[in-house]
Design a protein around this ligand. Structure first.
Ligand SMILES: [Ca+2]
Length: 348
């Protein structure tokens, strides 16, 4: 008869092997390499958090651009979020285009606050090196041909510049997924234009003309249906992460309540990253999309055409709202805030 120690040893060894097997499986599954292109306001920050939380993807880097806020702030905010969750050694942040290709300046301070994160992270001076985003982007796409999914949740200036500078990368990108556009839904900057499309419609037209292997557009038609409510955030078990998310989204949720009488704020950017992980969250239609670049009242509109053979994009037309929110909350539940004492002092 084997001794208790031997049985325990055998159990422990079995458990150890099970954990090892899971780790190996996870590494095998975690093959999806993602570059996240952001203009970090509130929902970009939550997309970054989702990317950190989901163990099945690898965010190989974050590129930043002027959009909701200027690129300096977008860069700083992204660095802070990555650092706040202890990922600064794993997820590098790069500094992208200061100017959009279109000269009209548009920001989203009403939604995201002057600093993009509604004053939620302390104003610490980090020694973040401002490594250039566009050259890094080109290098990575060449280094990992047909492996990289590019997820853009901002005006698409960085990728447009990259494909103009190095068109040889175009067939090497596995997939491009963009939070952009309002197709059969009103705009959120003008009555017809969505923010990311409006902020740089010339860049978006370049992307639409490029001919990627796969281009998915996740517009307001679906993102406005995915609402993160206080009740959903309260399901997050780690009290610090829960409090952080409640505070981060507070103004944003109030704005949705005031403007639209809705309980919860739209998860535009997390949905785009979610599609990179599980495309079945949305239904898609293969269509042609063109940018309105001349209209006095319709500038920046994403114009959808079903009546042509020249299709250039898959546009999201439906979304499984509850499944997306459950997924988002489950991944955010994995997060743990990592702070230094100095940061805690500054927060209070
Ligand atoms: Ca964004």
């Amino acid at each position: 008869m084997p001794s208790r120690a031997a049985i325990n040893g055998s159990r422990n060894s079995g458990r150890y092997q099970w954990i090892k097997l899971n780790q190996i499986l996870l590494r095998t599954i975690k093959m999806k390499k993602i570059i996240l292109d952001v203009d970090t306001g509130v929902d970009d920050a939550i997309a970054i958090m989702l990317g950190i939380g989901d163990p099945t993807i690898e965010i190989i880097g974050i590129t930043t651009v002027t959009g909701n806020v200027g690129v300096d702030r977008a860069f700083e905010n992204s660095c802070r979020i990555v650092r706040y969750f202890g990922q600064e050694q794993k997820i590098p942040v790069y500094y992208g285009a200061r100017e959009n290709l279109f000269e009209r300046s548009v920001r989203a301070f009403e939604v995201h606050g002057e600093d993009g994160l509604n004053g939620m992270l302390p104003d610490l001076s980090y020694n973040n090196t401002k490594r250039p985003a566009i050259t890094w982007l080109i290098e990575q796409i060449k280094k990992f041909p047909n492996e990289i999914t590019f997820v853009g949740t901002a005006p698409i200036t960085n990728l447009a510049l990259a494909v103009k500078l190095a068109p040889e990368i175009i067939p090497l990108i596995k997939e491009v997924i963009l939070m952009t556009g309002a197709f059969e839904f009103p705009g959120n900057v003008t009555s017809t234009a969505e923010f990311n499309a409006y902020a740089d419609p010339i860049a978006l037209q370049i992307i639409l003309d490029t001919g990627f292997q796969s281009l998915k557009l996740i517009g307001l038609d679906v993102t406005t249906k995915v609402l993160l409510s206080q009740e959903s955030i309260n399901k997050i078990q780690d009290p610090e992460t829960c409090d952080f998310l409640l505070a981060l989204t507070s103004n944003y949720r109030k704005l949705y309540q005031r403007l639209y009488n809705l309980n919860g704020c739209a998860m535009h950017d997390p949905l785009a990253l979610g599609i990179a992980i599980d495309a079945s969250f949305c239904g898609f239609e293969h269509v042609q999309v063109s940018m309105e670049l001349k209209g006095e009242h319709t500038y920046g509109q994403t114009v959808l055409n079903r009546h042509t053979k020249n299709k250039n994009a898959l546009v999201a037309t439906s979304v499984e709202t509850e499944r997306v929110i459950n997924y988002l909350v489950s991944q955010l539940n994995r997060l743990k805030i990592v702070k230094t004492k100095r940061e805690i002092t500054k927060l209070h």
